[in-house]
Design a protein around this ligand. Structure first.
Ligand code: SF4
Ligand code: SF4
Length: 454
């Protein structure tokens, strides 16, 4: 018997205890300092001594049942993890789709870090027959009430107004609502399409105060982008019921200006608007230049101290982590484990303006990553080999990730191919789990306990 290779044990909480979480069963418990010291001293032992097992008393059976202790050798436990991943992956096939629509491949911006630079911003816009075809193709694949993502290029370019109105109206008739990833520049042309039953959620990027943002996010119409976007956001919040997720893409060059951006948003009443949430994420793609989560954490603390509303919401990956951990704390349910970080390997279908279908929105415009093709008559030709290749990107096929104690919590990281200049496509995910997850689990538990829960 030994401690599981998938045990995750947090720092000391402010009540003196620690959290132990099994990355294989998803179960967690509060343990005292004595149990923590025992685990810490023997976590790497290949076999616990009889004397130690006796010393553990009743806790041994509880730990075995919860998965913190195992009778399996490290190699057998790894095999058990692989089997579990394969079973979970099998359950994912044949489920409902998650849909992304790319109404146009071009963009009205030339952002300094955009991956579309490599595909030359092709100017291709969907026509209405293609829109009808997509709705026909997906009609039995996503039920009414689901969300469709609008992505680009820039989906809410003012020049797309007529087309996007057609997409939204047809979607609304079918009971869908929309989430749009937009630069926000042309938003003033879309006010009447924003709201609960239409475009319900917007993700808009602001990379700093105006003099920083305008250098990084450059509009092709020559207008200063920050002022235009922020005035569009103010108008959307005033006139519509849209929810806005503001995103800050941070790297070493703009990170020092984050507080200045927050001050401006606060002055304008945007920060305190209940319809607004924030997420700050390191820019990915340049492995050497990427900000580490520890660095972002320092900035986050400063922001939280000045604006308490931002507590727990500023960091991009924390939203999903909260959704994962909170039910476990409140309802004593195991954490929902996963074998993939997103739907790209099994359910995500990205329909692009040139008739291509992709698995991942970051692959739009990369012909090598197409999984199929559709036409105006709603015929689809799938590329079986490409589909299989994406299916095989899930956790069970990632030997390195299967050995990681966060494997079933992380799901094995992002699946897209590496960008040029990117050494490790999973650097962002690994950095989050290894430098931030445990502390956040401890922090959430402290908040839960300090609210009077047990
Ligand atoms: S594979 Fe990566 S980039 Fe693509 S949708 Fe999934 S998480 Fe996003
Ligand atoms: S991507 Fe990193 S954190 Fe996630 S499972 Fe793989 S090794 Fe672990």
């Amino acid at each position: 018997m030994r401690f599981s290779s998938y045990d995750i044990v947090t720092r000391k909480l402010n009540n003196g205890g620690h959290i132990i979480l099994s990355g294989l069963t998803g179960l967690l418990d509060l343990i005292d300092e004595e149990a923590y010291e025992l685990i810490d001293a023997h976590k790497d032992d290949e076999c616990l001594s009889d004397e130690l097992i006796d010393q553990m008393g009743d806790i041994k059976d509880h730990f075995l049942k919860r998965g913190y202790l195992t009778e399996l050798s490290p190699a057998d436990e790894l095999r058990a993890a692989a089997k579990k991943a394969a079973e979970m992956e099998a359950e994912l096939t044949g489920g409902k789709w998650s849909i992304v629509l790319v109404p146009n491949l071009g963009c009205n911006y030339r952002c300094s870090y955009c991956f579309e630079k490599e595909s030359g911003y092709p100017k291709r816009t969907m026509n209405k027959k293609q829109v009808d075809a997509v709705y026909e193709i997906i009609k039995d694949k996503i039920p009414s009430g689901e969300c469709i993502t609008l992505y680009g290029g820039e989906p809410l370019d003012a020049r797309n107004r007529e087309l996007v109105e057609y997409i939204v109206q047809k979607g609304k008739e079918r009971g869908y609502y929309f989430f749009a990833v937009t630069n926000g520049h042309g938003l003033d042309s879309y006010m009447d399409l924003l709201g609960k039953d239409m475009i319900r959620i917007l993700q808009i990027t602001l990379d700093g105060p105006s003099y920083i943002h305008d250098k990084r996010r450059v509009s092709t119409d020559g207008l200063p982008s920050y002022d235009k976007i922020v005035s569009n956001i103010e108008r959307a919040l005033k006139e519509t019921g849209v929810e806005i997720r503001l995103r800050m893409n941070l790297d070493h060059s703009n990170a020092p200006y984050m507080m200045e951006l927050l001050t401006d948003l606060d002055k304008r009443g945007i920060l305190n608007n209940k319809a607004v949430t924030l997420a700050a994420s390191p820019v990915v793609g340049d492995s050497d230049g990427m900000l580490k989560y520890d660095e972002v954490r320092g900035m986050e603390k400063e922001a939280e101290a000045k604006y308490p509303k931002l507590k727990n919401i500023i960091m991009g990956m924390l939203r999903g982590t909260n959704e994962m951990i909170l039910p476990s704390l409140f309802f004593e349910e195991p954490i929902a484990l996963r074998v993939t970080v997103c739907g790209a390997a099994h359910c995500m279908k990205v329909f692009a303006a040139d008739g291509s279908i992709y698995s991942c929105w970051s692959c739009v415009g990369n012909p090598a990553e197409k999984i199929g093709q559709f036409d105006e008559a709603a015929n689809v030709v799938w590329d079986g080999k490409a589909l299989e290749r994406w299916k095989n990107k899930m956790l069970g096929s990632k030997e390195h990730c299967l050995k990681c104690k966060y494997a079933f919590i992380c799901g094995g990281g992002c699946l897209r191919p590496a960008l040029s200049g990117e050494k490790d496509v999973n650097a962002h995910d690994c950095d989050f789990y290894y430098s931030r997850f445990d502390d956040h689990l401890a922090k959430l538990t402290e908040e839960y306990l300090s609210a009077g829960n047990e």
